[in-house]
Design a protein around this ligand. Structure first.
Ligand SMILES: [Zn+2]
Ligand SMILES: [Zn+2]
Length: 322
């Protein structure tokens, strides 16, 4: 009986292997496309690639790689290797714009290759990739990868506006502050205020949708999920494995991870001088999340009341030097 069962099992196994072999390539590719766009981590996809030669060959087909989603591409710094770099390059060559953005950010900030990094981000931005447009705007505002004279505020505002138009909340907030301050754009306080209220409303809607205990910071304010690339930057420099060059600091907003590319590149809190921000948006978010409780108490006593996005923005601008 046992013998028969074993024989039967072997027959079944043989049959199932054969059935897989008979599946046409395009059907397997279409299943893999679906998988790679919805996988929750790179390891989900790697497990498929190492299953057999055929799945490896078809899994690396450009039609599959072009669909790899943000989480499939979310390599972590501890797993960073030549193969991880090569995998992202294959996705870029397959026309995957999320991969252009991810590899662009990694090359720009982590691998000290600003020219290639910015050009990859530009490839994504041309295809209306909102996070890439926003990141390029931060680069323009700061003159990152170059000198102070490379700052281009008008280009920063133009990229930021395009990203905000596509619904990117950080860009919406940044643009709101620019309009309120007349930074790179003619001053328009009421329009700036309108955008800041819109950014806060969108953020709240996102938070309510994806509310999760683990995403709640110490103040009880729900925070939005950090983009895998920002997490990568944060861990790359924050783990102590890679030291930032002397005099360079990271953006103090916990969800950002951008480092300075030259000393004194970022804005500094003029009250305490202890925190630095890559953008007005990061500054506003960090102020709300924690810095208002850490900064000098004397200024808090004279600060306007916090309630809507406008009061908050004014307060920050009153506190921080330009
Ligand atoms: Zn930042
Ligand atoms: Zn401060």
């Amino acid at each position: 009986m046992t013998h028969l069962n074993k024989k039967q099992r072997l027959e079944e196994e043989k049959l199932s292997v054969n059935m897989f072999d008979y599946l046409p390539d395009d059907l397997v590719i279409s299943i893999l496309r679906k998988l790679t766009s919805s996988a929750s981590s790179p390891s989900d996809f790697i497990t498929v690639l190492i299953t057999c030669k055929r799945l490896n060959r078809l899994g690396l087909h450009p039609l599959v790689l072009s669909r790899a989603g943000t989480h499939t591409l979310a390599v972590t710094p501890d797993k960073w290797s030549d193969s991880a770099h090569k995998f992202l390059k294959l996705c870029v060559n397959a026309g995957n714009i999320d991969a252009c953005y991810a590899l662009g950010m990694i090359r720009f900030y982590c691998l000290q290759n600003p020219v290639s990094g910015a050009s990859l981000m530009a490839r994504a931005a041309i295809k209306s990739h909102a996070p890439a447009l926003y990141s390029l705007s931060v680069i323009q505002f700061n003159g990152s990868g170059g000198s102070k004279t490379d700052k281009n505020l008008r280009a920063g505002v133009a990229l930021c506006a395009r990203s905000a138009y596509l619904g990117h909340v950080d860009a919406l907030r940044e643009l709101g502050h620019c309009l309120q301050d007349g930074y790179g754009v003619p001053r328009d306080v009421s329009e700036g205020r309108r955008l800041l209220i819109q950014a806060n409303a969108r953020e709240l809607a996102c938070s309510l949708r994806s509310y999760n205990e683990t995403l709640t910071d110490l103040c009880g304010v729900p925070v939005k999920e950090i983009h895998p690339v920002n997490r990568f930057l944060k861990e790359w420099f924050g783990s102590g494995r890679i030291e930032l060059a002397e005099g360079l600091r990271m953006c103090s907003h916990g969800g950002c991870g951008r480092p300075e590319t030259r000393s004194h590149e970022f804005r500094r809190c003029s009250v305490c001088g202890k925190v630095n921000y890559c953008s007005r948006g990061c500054q506003a978010l960090d102020w709300r999340a924690k810095h208002k409780m850490e900064c000098a108490p004397l200024d808090l006593l004279v600060a306007p009341e916090i309630g809507d996005g406008y009061g908050e923005a004014v307060e920050i601008e009153n506190h921080v030097g330009r």
